[in-house]
Write a protein that binds this ligand. Structure first.
Ligand SMILES: [Fe+2]
Length: 164
């Protein structure tokens, strides 16, 4: 299907993000299983629940635009998750692996922050004020997650990794 106007492009991007979150529900599950530090494991589990709720909010927005979730697979997110798995599989030391997991998770969060930032701006331009509010709320969740990961890395995980 060709994208002919801004609204179509916006809806296509909503579908893309819906797929990103669906992949991440599974990806964060794996990361939580891999994580060794209790606080990191808990952080991944909490963000997984948040991600599930983001997925549901995106479904609500798609429904309001009479659009289906779509079958498109976001290959960028697929690649980011695949790399994080590959990387984690190569690092036997749990402290080092946790530092690597945080770095992978932050790449993922930054990808989401970029995507939600653009989409929220598009929603504003198109006059979809409900969507704009929801997209901003999700954007804030992603930013908070990124900050929590930075804090955890600096405070606990990186110092431990330095002693591995
Ligand atoms: Fe997300």
């Amino acid at each position: 299907m060709n994208v002919e106007n801004f609204r179509q492009m916006y809806v296509a991007e909503l579908q893309e993000l819906r797929n990103v979150e669906a992949q991440l529900v599974k990806g964060l599950q794996l990361m939580a299983e891999r994580a060794d530090h209790a606080e990191l494991k808990k952080g991944f589990q909490e963000h997984q629940q948040e991600t599930q709720s983001q997925l549901e909010r995106l479904d609500g927005m798609l429904q309001a635009h009479n659009a289906q979730p779509g079958e498109h697979v976001d290959q960028s997110m697929q690649g980011l998750i695949r790399e994080s798995e590959k990387w984690a599989g190569m690092v036997p030391d749990p402290d080092l692996r946790d530092a690597g997991l945080i770095a992978s998770a932050q790449r993922i969060e930054h990808y989401e922050i970029a995507a939600y930032g653009s989409l929220a701006t598009w929603a504003k331009q198109l006059g979809f004020s409900n969507d704009q509010a929801t997209l901003h709320a999700i954007l804030d969740e992603e930013k908070r997650t990124d900050e929590k990961l930075t804090d955890l890395a600096k405070r606990i995980v990186n110092p431990d990794a330095a002693h591995a």
